[in-house]
Design a protein around this ligand. Structure first.
Ligand SMILES: Cc1cc2nc3c(=O)[nH]c(=O)nc-3n(C[C@H](O)[C@H](O)[C@H](O)COP(=O)(O)OP(=O)(O)OC[C@H]3O[C@@H](n4cnc5c(N)ncnc54)[C@H](O)[C@@H]3O)c2cc1C
Ligand SMILES: NC(=O)c1ccc[n+]([C@@H]2O[C@H](COP(=O)([O-])OP(=O)(O)OC[C@H]3O[C@@H](n4cnc5c(N)ncnc54)[C@H](O)[C@@H]3O)[C@@H](O)[C@H]2O)c1
Ligand code: SF4
Ligand code: FES
Length: 809
């Protein structure tokens, strides 16, 4: 039988979850096509706050990697926007001129951030906080600028403000009301929250209405309606969202605030459904994932022809993702006509709890300082439970004893543990026992619990401990390579050595990978570990690499690439500059830019032009895309600078020539300055060299990125040869003992400087490290040259159009 055509518009959290539910019901019912305007596979938008706060990286928030789409035979078009729905012919058209027919169509276009219509709102330096692009822009700005203003003291504004503080900025939060988060908190809880956030370093401007954002081209400040103003280099607008309904409205589908849907998520047009933040159900548009996932479940059944349980609306609860702050809010949290409330306020410990009661039933709650009862309260609201005397007693008692250690034991099987995904204690415990789950990641992959905001991870871990007893510690405390295995990095490496495994697939097969294809986390990691262990015999598996490394160029936001040729020590010649200029002119390169690492970057290059450009440049790859040595930045040094005590340029060039092309767990940046004035910024590099009288200081583990860290002084040596020797031993030890994707800054902190010193100061160990380093260096080749000389590789990599491999910067 011919499969029906299912099209999803919007590759976001709600739409893709609905597709997952459909696949669970009947994986063969549809040919599925998904369009997404953003250039990524489905990612966890919620965790952008965590990315900005520095607790996770953009690379780690992918929810469904490219492989998932491939395995489920889903045609995915990213960076492509649907611009028209022809409901008569049942077709969608995209901005790339593509036309796709549908039998069933799901609209999941989410929301657009609301941008205040005030003068200056389009200035450089003003951003919303909605997607990866916004998040990256803020992280980039924080490297250069100091003062941030966040407009909007709601959930998003406060999470953004915390992130910007973590990035080293001074943050003013501008809020229109006289207390924060008025949509979730009552004034008492809000004031406690404000006090806590002020302690963390936020500054609040309450009851302020923004009139204008001023600045000459770029943002310089914010002016208010009362005539006052503040300075700002970055302005983040977090004043709410608006459902993204233009496409539906223009296509003649009934739209109110959102796309109007019934209890089966059907719109006014047959065969067209809407789900997520773009949908309006019974007059309500939701902006949190829990209700959107509930909608997705009902819609999946409806699309598959099962008219089961209808969607009847949700009671929402929220928690703020700011460390050190526990706030919870659910349902009707403000006192009103016909309600009474119970309040507990422990001013000394900063704990406030309130439940709102109507007709003897709990209809809402606000908790601050101790949110352990949040889930229980939400459950009671959802189940319409009457308030009992025992509840009242426990409500008062738990303030005095707010430990939730024994909480999981006391929970009923029907109690919800993961609010975002609606997963109960009973479901989790059953899955742990039936599937032999041992880690939080395994529980997540099996039940979805903890897959969204991650706020329930602690409870899931406690449930594991409760269910597994002693067995838990052994497994769960260990960081596994990824969810495909229960083995840690060290265990995998030990097994590879012991069993003499030589290929990525072999490792996955022999070590019992749960997902036989692996995932975007483990495949590049295994590829690296194998190349590190067998440098001269291992054949690199390009398909296990991220797209940048596979194509030897950095993919840009618009799908073009950048080309950075190697310029040893940041030194160039007239001849090289002429070649670069010629190439840039011939291939219409839209931007030529100097990088922070003293290189020249040709931006906006078409993929198919890459091999010709490399051939014509005839310069080595600058590895600006790789987990390898990127650049050695140098200061002018004693040759020209009157303060210079050493020849930093020569040493920088020597170091770059020595270590170029060396594969490392993450990118490595170096710098050489010829005196402590440190013009090459040696203090914030993975390896930073500083000239001092009679020698060189070697600093390690510095980082100038999101996690700013000054390098630690490893040692002081006399000669350039010793610098290269110590650096080589340090790099090799890092290669051998760091986790894949662990920067030296994190690695040095994890293993400790003293330990690194003990290892590399020991002469015999150092000699062995250097021998292994030489073996690895001997096996490297310049990748650009290799491709220029190999027509088959050019054909395979640069002329086929669809390369869908993981992106990682
Ligand atoms: C920083 C941040 C933190 C958050 N934290 C939480 C939290 O802690 N808890 C919580 O529950 N919720 C949180 N949210 C809200 C949550 O992320 C959203 O509710 C959820 O992502 C909405 O899912 P959606 O699929 O409806 O929309 P989206 O995830 O926005 O997906 C819609 C997608 O459709 C694409 N699209 C739009 N129009 C078209 C078109 N015409 N053609 C093709 N593609 C199109 C968009 O580009 C977008 O990628 C947070 C949101 C942000 C921004
Ligand atoms: N932890 C979480 O659950 C979480 C975190 C981030 C975002 N989100 C979701 O993302 C969406 C967007 O969040 P949001 O905080 O932007 O929306 P929101 O509507 O919840 O809050 C916006 C806030 O901005 C304030 N505001 C409006 N106009 C203003 C102005 N001119 N000046 C100053 N303040 C003004 C409002 O009073 C309100 O408190 C929401 O759906 C939210 O639920 C949830
Ligand atoms: S670091 Fe010292 S030697 Fe190098 S350029 Fe700066 S002042 Fe001159
Ligand atoms: S509560 Fe958000 S992921 Fe479980």
């Amino acid at each position: 039988m011919k499969r029906k055509q299912l099209v999803l518009i919007g590759n976001g959290m709600a739409g893709v979850r609905c597709i997952e539910e459909i696949l669970k019901i009947d994986r063969d019912a549809f040919d599925i096509t998904i369009f997404g305007s953003e250039p990524y596979p489905n990612y966890n938008r919620i965790l952008l706050s965590t990315v900005l706060q520095g607790d996770t990286s953009i690379d780690d928030i992918t929810m469904n990697d490219w492989e998932w789409y491939r395995k489920n035979n889903i045609r995915l078009f990213v960076g492509e926007t649907v611009v028209d729905i022809d409901k008569e012919q049942q077709l969608v058209r995209t901005d790339q001129g593509r036309t796709v027919p549908y039998d069933e169509l799901i609209i999941a276009t989410g929301s657009k951030p609301f941008i205040l219509p005030i003068p200056g709102a389009n200035k450089k330096g003003v951003t919303a906080f909605r997607d990866i692009k916004d998040c990256e822009m803020m992280m980039e700005y924080a490297k250069t600028y100091k003062k941030a203003a966040v407009i909007g003291g709601g959930l998003l504004g406060l999470e953004a403000a915390r992130g910007l503080l973590n990035l080293g900025m001074e943050v003013d939060v501008i809020h229109i009301f006289d207390y924060l988060m008025e949509r979730q908190l009552d004034p008492t809880a809000s004031k406690l929250l404000q006090r806590e956030l002020e302690k963390q370093g936020m500054n609040f401007l309450l009851k302020k209405e923004t009139a204008e954002i001023f600045g000459d081209g770029r943002v310089e400040g914010v002016r208010f309606k009362d005539g006052t103003e503040i300075a700002a280099d970055l302005v983040v607008m977090a004043v709410g969202i608006r459902p993204n309904v233009d496409l539906a409205r223009e296509s003649g589908i009934a739209v109110n605030r959102g796309i109007v849907v019934n209890d089966y998520l059907e719109t006014s047009v047959p065969h067209i459904y809407a789900v997520g933040e773009c949908a309006e159900h019974r007059g309500i548009v939701y902006g949190l994932v829990a209700p959107l996932y509930e909608q997705g479940k009902v819609l999946a059944e409806a699309v598959c022809g099962i008219k089961g349980r209808p969607y009847e609306g949700s009671v929402v609860s929220t928690q703020l993702k700011v460390s050190g702050v526990d706030v919870f809010s659910a349902g009707e949290f403000m006192d009103g006509e016909g309600t009474a409330s119970i309040k507990v306020y422990d001013e000394f410990r900063g704990i406030y709890k309130k439940v709102v009661i109507r007709d003897g039933k709990i209809v809402g709650a606000v908790l601050f300082g101790d949110t352990s009862e949040g889930r229980k309260l939400l459950d009671m609201i959802n189940k319409n439970e009457s308030i009992s005397n025992s509840f009242q007693l426990s409500f008062f008692q738990s303030t005095a004893n707010s430990s939730n250690k024994s909480m999981v034991a006391a929970m009923a099987d029907t109690d919800v543990v993961c609010g975002c995904n609606g997963v109960t204690k009973g479901t989790i415990c059953k899955a742990i026992v039936e599937h032999g789950l041992k880690t939080v990641e395994e529980v997540r992959d099996c039940t979805n619990a903890s897959r969204s905001c991650g706020g329930c991870k602690g409870l899931v871990a406690e449930l594991l401990e409760y269910t597994l007893g002693e067995e838990f510690d052994k497994h769960a405390m260990k960081e596994t390579v990824c969810g495909c295995t229960t083995l840690s990095r060290d265990e995998v490496i030990a097994e590879i050595k012991a069993k003499n495994l030589k290929y990525v697939r072999e490792v996955m097969n022999v070590l019992g990978w749960k997902n036989e294809e692996g995932c975007s986390k483990c495949r590049p990691a295994l590829n690296y570990y194998l190349s590190m262990l067998y440098p001269s015999e291992y054949v690199d598996e390009a398909e296990s690499r991220f797209v940048n490394e596979r194509l030897h160029a950095n993919i840009q936001a618009d799908g073009t690439y950048s080309v950075v040729p190697r310029m040893y020590g940041g030194v160039t010649t007239a001849e090289q500059l002429r070649k670069i200029a010629d190439v840039a002119e011939k291939y219409n390169v839209p931007m030529i830019k100097l990088t922070g690492g003293q290189r020249i970057d040709l931006l906006g290059v078409k993929k198919e032009d890459l091999p010709r450009i490399w051939a014509e440049l005839d310069m080595p790859s600058g590895y600006a895309y790789a987990k390898a040595l990127r650049t050695v930045k140098t200061c002018v040094g004693k040759q020209f600078c009157r303060f210079g005590t050493q020849d930093s340029t020569k040493l920088g060039i020597d170091m770059e020539k020595k270590f170029e092309r060396l594969n490392t767990p993450h990118k490595v940046k170096m710098a050489v300055s010829a005196c402590p004035r440190n013009c090459a910024e040696s203090g914030i590099k993975d390896v930073g060299i500083v000239g001092v009288d009679g020698g060189w200081e070697i600093y390690v583990g510095g980082n100038g990125g999101t996690h700013l860290r000054a390098g630690d002084l490893l040692c002081t040596v006399r000669t350039e040869e010793e610098v290269i020797e110590m650096t080589g031993a340090f790099l090799q030890y890092y290669r051998e003992s760091a986790n894949y994707l662990e920067r030296t800054s994190k690695w040095v902190e994890r293993v400790g400087l003293e330990h690194i010193r003990e290892v590399i100061f020991d002469q015999e160990t150092r000699r062995q490290l250097l021998d292994r380093l030489e073996e690895a260096l001997a096996a490297t080749k310049d990748p650009w040259k290799e491709i220029v000389e190999n027509k088959e590789m050019q054909e395979k990599l640069f002329t086929s159009l669809q390369v869908k491999v993981p992106v990682n910067r």
